[in-house]
Design a protein around this ligand. Structure first.
Ligand SMILES: Cc1cc2nc3c(=O)[nH]c(=O)nc-3n(C[C@H](O)[C@H](O)[C@H](O)COP(=O)(O)OP(=O)(O)OC[C@H]3O[C@@H](n4cnc5c(N)ncnc54)[C@H](O)[C@@H]3O)c2cc1C
Length: 384
């Protein structure tokens, strides 16, 4: 397996790095304080082709591939994890899933806008009573003349109150559980049966909006169904493998940022008349972060390159990458806080933010326990 970046991949990585350094870095401190999200930055990322790597050229993508999307995500999320999320909300979630399951009309309606960052997207599975057990969801769609009426509540949805459209997963036949789920392409604006509201207070990812969606007999037409009625669970699992890989890239990026901050600080900070980096206990912490980061990056690259080589059924590889990278990111950020001492506790340094943001990776796209469940099944199947 070759992890060497092609000229095109290097160009895309460099362009994302330039954007992160010139457009994002100067805004981090101020926007984190204000919990501000800037949709114009998503549009600029779209203009630079960041949301097109796994999308066909005919819908505005570049087709540059999964590794290209991972290396761009790494550059962005290393500087600001909140702006790593739009990769999922635009491309890995809605655009890729519509490209995989949609009709030609659905692809033309949504994908170019999502890729360009002009149309803000999202995906909605989670409900107040339903998280890991996706098939246990309570939201329903009832058949009516010419379409469906959606009822229920979605919560913890990234971009919910700013998005133009979401993939909404609801039950069309509760008795059938997973086989009774259906995915709808829902335009959130201008529908009298849909309201959204932000979740104002959260632990991290301050500049990535999160919110709730309420469906009250919200009418959507028949052609809003993605795939077939009853295909929702299958579509959801396909979408999650795509968004999970992107989450792994964000986690690797935050692990790298924590290592950079800790190593730089350890070389500058003096105690007992010498840099704290000269103490072997501090070195041991840095080495642990470094090795875990290297391993997480390799798992990410392996999963991305497998997909570029045509293996789109590499869920276990993706779960390995996401699980390990999430745990490594939290460990790295936590260790960075330890190395920075009281300055780690200060909001003047970025490591407290890194820890807050890293915790999300253990939750989203299937918690760390859920990844272990997936990997447990896979591992045992190897011994049948
Ligand atoms: C910042 C952020 C953004 C998000 N964005 C989105 C989004 O865009 N769209 C969306 O649909 N959702 C989103 N979510 C929700 C997220 O996907 C869910 O929080 C996640 O799936 C876990 O569900 P839960 O919180 O209900 O936890 P639960 O499922 O209630 O789990 C609670 C705990 O129990 C453990 N657990 C549950 N079942 C098992 C089991 N069988 N075995 C062992 N342990 C188990 C879990 O691992 C976890 O530790 C977001 C969440 C956050 C924090």
């Amino acid at each position: 397996m070759d992890f060497k970046l092609s000229d095109e991949q290097q160009m895309m990585r460099d362009s994302a790095r330039r954007f992160a350094q010139t457009r994002l870095a100067p805004l981090v401190t101020e926007d984190e304080k204000a919990h501000r999200f800037r949709p114009e930055l998503v549009r600029e990322m779209g203009e630079l082709g960041m949301f097109g790597a796994i999308i066909d050229e005919r819908y505005g993508g570049t087709g540059a591939g999964w590794l290209a999307s991972a290396v761009m995500t790494l550059e962005i999320a290393k500087v600001w994890a909140s702006y790593g999320l739009p990769f999922n909300m635009q491309m890995h979630g809605p655009a890729y899933t519509i490209q995989t399951f949609g009709t030609e009309a659905q692809k033309e309606k949504y994908i170019p806008g999502l890729v360009a960052g002009k149309l803000l997207g999202g995906f909605a599975m989670t409900e107040p009573g339903t998280g890991s057990d996706v098939a246990g969801m309570k939201s329903t769609a009832t058949k009516v003349d010419g379409g469906w009426k959606l009822s229920g509540q979605k919560t913890w949805i990234s971009q919910a109150h700013v998005a133009d459209m979401v993939l909404a997963y609801v039950s069309t036949d509760r008795a059938k559980k997973a086989k009774g789920m259906t995915c709808f392409l829902v335009d959130l604006k201008g529908n009298p049966g849909i309201t959204t509201r932000p979740i104002e207070e959260k632990f991290g990812l301050y500049c990535s909006p999160t919110g709730e969606i309420f469906f009250e007999d919200a009418f959507v037409p028949d052609d809003a169904v993605l795939g077939q009625v009853g295909d929702g669970f299958k579509i959801c699992m396909t979408q999650l493998e795509s968004t999970r890989l992107s989450c792994a890239a964000r986690a690797v990026a935050v692990g790298q940022a924590a290592l950079d901050a800790a190593a730089t600080y350890a070389k500058e900070r003096k105690q007992f008349d010498q840099p704290i980096a000269s103490f072997q206990m501090v070195q041991a912490d840095l080495v642990q972060m470094y090795v875990e980061h290297q391993a997480a990056e390799l798992l990410l690259y392996k999963a991305a390159v497998s997909r570029d080589e045509g293996d789109l059924k590499n869920g276990p590889e993706i779960s390995c990458a996401k699980y390990f990278a999430a745990e490594a990111a939290v460990h790295a950020a936590n260790t960075a806080m330890k190395i920075l001492g009281s300055y780690g506790f200060s909001l003047e340094y970025p490591v407290a933010r890194l820890l807050r943001d890293a915790k999300s990776f253990q939750i989203v796209e299937g918690t760390s326990n859920v990844q272990k469940i997936i990997l447990g099944r896979h591992l045992l199947s190897l011994y049948e």
